[in-house]
Design a protein around this ligand. Structure first.
Ligand SMILES: Cc1ncc(COP(=O)(O)O)c(C=O)c1O
Length: 413
């Protein structure tokens, strides 16, 4: 039984060095938003910025905004900003396309860097789009390429001299387990394999140092803890030492050395610009800058410390108050091994999530049988932790998740 009280958590909010960031987000009244690991909350500035992009840059500037509003350079200028969040040099990152498309590009690049090998090591339980995109690329390549699936405790042993590339996700989307980026990358390099990391569940919520870990390529979305907005474009990191040594397969005009020379044949641009393919989603990309700027102002050590504390408290309170209801933790108990979300097993997790929504707690369901709660330290409070557990306890105690209305699956869970 825990002795943590509601007023302890109110006190933590009082002392929270990040508390003022909450004001920068528009959070609907009466909602405890624990889904920032799926789609981050909206920064208030997004309203003015979208009006500026649409009413001024688009409506008045028209195509001239490609030059005058910096549209053409936006993938690179945002890349330079985001580089500081992931321990990259400014010329190693661009923002463009989706995470999955970017993974396709960087894996194709990696396989050219290590052309004599045919095995790619991945976590089978990884977020499926990564595995699907790699399967799609390998089907195109043919030539004996295969994926060697390995779960967290099997990864090190799976990396041998047959391996061309190791393609891992830093924080697991379901369990929240953190993979050791430095050690796995070192192991990949020890057998001359290329290391690729997906940072979707870690970017913006913990310190990341790609160059200190000697990572070769990385991808990440901007719509989770970077609060870029629905469908905001993703990032690509390519270590400078690889620039000019590969050709990414989606060879569109934005990645051409001279796009406005309209040459007949493709010639890759130097450096990271080659990772671009086509015309960018400028409205969405412009909005993504706001969340990136907010994250750059936050002390990532403080963000990580708050994230670990919130998730520790959440587990402690759920276990203390809800243990009679067969809710069991599915995430690592050691906060240093856990990202910023906590998952629990519960036999009827989906209706329970629906009942939580109805009582103002936005969390999600991941098949099979898992409840997921994401904590975004820039706008979630310690009071949110208390209140969410309180609501969970009351639903379980009343058995109200068993109502018929909660059994029907929505399209998006
Ligand atoms: C680890 C991981 N990779 C990729 C994605 C999504 O990729 P995309 O932006 O291409 O839809 C997600 C989505 O949640 C994810 O968790």
């Amino acid at each position: 039984m825990t002795n943590v009280t509601r007023s302890d958590l109110q006190q933590l909010d009082h002392e929270d060095p990040l508390a003022s960031f909450r004001e920068e987000f528009l959070l609907p009244e009466g909602i405890i938003y624990l889904n920032g690991n799926s789609l981050g909350a909206m920064p208030r500035e997004a309203v003015q910025r979208s009006r500026r992009v649409v009413e001024v840059e688009w409506a008045k500037g028209l195509i001239g905004s490609m030059n005058t509003a910096g549209w053409f350079e936006l993938p690179l200028s945002l890349g330079r900003k985001i580089a500081a969040l992931v321990g990259a040099a400014p010329n190693e990152v661009v923002i463009t396309d989706s995470t999955g498309i970017n993974l396709y590009k960087v894996l194709a690049a990696a396989l050219q860097i290590q052309p004599s090998r045919r095995v790619i090591v991945m976590e089978g339980s990884n977020f499926p789009t990564d595995n699907y995109m790699v399967q799609g690329l390998l089907a195109q390549l043919g030539d004996g390429y295969t994926i060697r699936f390995a779960e967290a405790d099997e990864i090190m042993a799976a990396i041998d001299a047959d391996v061309a590339a190791v393609c891992m996700t830093h924080v697991h989307y379901k369990t929240s387990n953190i993979l050791d980026m430095e050690t796995i990358t070192e192991r990949a390099h020890a057998v001359a394999a290329v290391a690729i990391w997906d940072l979707c569940h870690s970017i913006g919520v913990m310190p990341i140092d790609l160059n200190a870990c000697k990572v070769d390529f990385a991808v990440a979305c901007t719509y989770k803890y970077l609060n870029g907005g629905p469908g905001s474009p993703a990032m690509i990191f390519a270590a400078e030492k690889h620039h000019g040594k590969y050709r990414q397969p989606l060879t569109g005009w934005f990645g051409h050395a001279a796009p406005f020379d309209f040459e007949q044949d493709y010639r890759p641009a130097d450096g990271i610009r080659q990772m671009l393919s086509g015309t960018q989603p400028i409205v969405s990309m412009s909005l993504a800058e706001i969340g990136i700027d907010i994250a750059l102002r936050a002390d990532m050590q403080a963000v990580r410390a708050k994230s670990m504390r919130m998730t520790d408290l959440f587990i402690e309170l759920v276990e203390s108050r809800c243990s009679a209801f067969d809710v069991s933790v599915a995430s690592p108990r050691d906060a240093s091994q856990r990202g910023s979300q906590v998952s629990f097993y519960f036999a009827d997790a989906y209706p329970l999530v629906r009942a939580m929504h109805d009582r103002g707690v936005s969390c999600d369901y991941r098949a099979p049988g898992m409840l997921r709660f994401g904590f975004a330290p820039l706008y979630n409070s310690y009071a949110d932790v208390w209140n969410a557990v309180d609501i969970l306890y009351h639903i379980l105690q009343a058995g109200s998740w068993q109502d018929a209305q909660y059994q029907q699956r929505n399209l998006v869970t």
